[in-house]
Design a protein around this ligand. Structure first.
Ligand code: ATP
Length: 261
């Protein structure tokens, strides 16, 4: 079900997110566009970080999607995208979501897919509303490691662990098939999200939460690290941290969540 989505395949680009961002800023986007690159040479993470991809071992694409909601009403979007990616993987791999969960697939607030605590995929969301009455265009980048996580890991900072879809299933789906399933799932989830927001997805997200009830640390707020016990998310997708006798909400920004060491 990709009837309303333009599909673009390129052999090489720096960043599929940047490609679509440029077109959004130039006012060129009308319908949703999904753009996949065989080789992405300058993939982006959040806050200027890098997303690494090896052409034969990675799936990297971006989807530009127009929302009726204003940017301020999109809280929880990166969490919802995580759920959509899991549903797409489930369909493409012909594995139930319960089987994926049992294999160790989880979501790390606010934007990562983890497999047994090692990073399987990343989500980067950019965009906005150019002017009042325009749709809010969000460019949703998804990177998933398909195989050979060791090759990726060799180029990551020491201690950062990567995982791959091949560690869940020996028979990896064809990349094109996986991509189409992911787009279909994203389109369904994003359309629902535009109507109802994150609230109705909160309980589903909690089932995939990698850090539920774990002692964690939040850094990157420009202030001292914030410590607490992770208690899932609220109806806006904010992370709930229990501290002594109070619970505080952390809103997604450029903050990093880590298990307390
Ligand atoms: P944090 O882990 O601090 O929350 P993040 O999850 O937001 O950061 P992103 O910006 O989404 O991180 O992703 C970039 C980071 O992911 C890089 O700094 C690197 O550590 C790691 N990384 C980059 N490419 C890959 C990859 N292919 N597989 C696994 N991890 C990767």
């Amino acid at each position: 079900m990709t009837a309303n989505c333009i599909l673009e395949r390129v052999s090489e680009t720096k960043s599929t997110n940047d490609d679509l961002l440029i077109r959004w800023r130039a006012g060129e986007l009308i319908d949703p566009v999904a753009r996949i690159a065989h080789k992405q040479t300058a993939g982006k993470g959040r806050a200027g970080r890098t997303w690494l991809a090896n052409p034969e071992d990675s799936l990297c694409f971006s989807l530009a999607f127009p929302f009726k909601r204003r940017p301020a009403e999109l809280s929880g979007l990166s969490l919802l995208v995580g759920l959509a990616v899991i549903a797409g993987i489930s369909q493409a791999c012909d594995l139930s979501e319960a089987a994926l969960h049992a294999a160790g697939l989880h979501l790390k607030w606010p934007n990562d897919l983890l497999l047994n605590n090692n990073k399987l995929g990343g989500i980067l969301i950019e965009g906005g509303q150019a002017k009042a009455d325009d749709p809010t265009w969000m460019i949703i980048g998804v990177g998933i490691n398909l195989r050979n996580p060791e090759a990726i890991e060799a180029n990551l900072d020491a201690g950062v662990k990567a995982s791959s879809l091949s560690q869940i299933t020996k028979t990896l789906p064809d990349v094109e098939y996986l991509w189409l399933k992911l787009i279909a799932s994203l389109e369904n989830h994003l359309t629902e999200f535009d109507l109802h927001g994150f609230k109705s997805c909160k309980d589903s997200w909690m089932k995939w939460d990698a850090y539920q009830n774990k002692p964690v640390c939040i850094s990157g707020t420009g202030k001292d690290p914030i410590y607490g016990i992770a208690k899932g998310v609220d109806e806006t997708g904010a992370l709930l941290l229990q501290q002594d006798n109070k619970t505080i909400a952390i809103h997604a920004g450029d903050v990093s969540l880590r298990i307390q060491s």
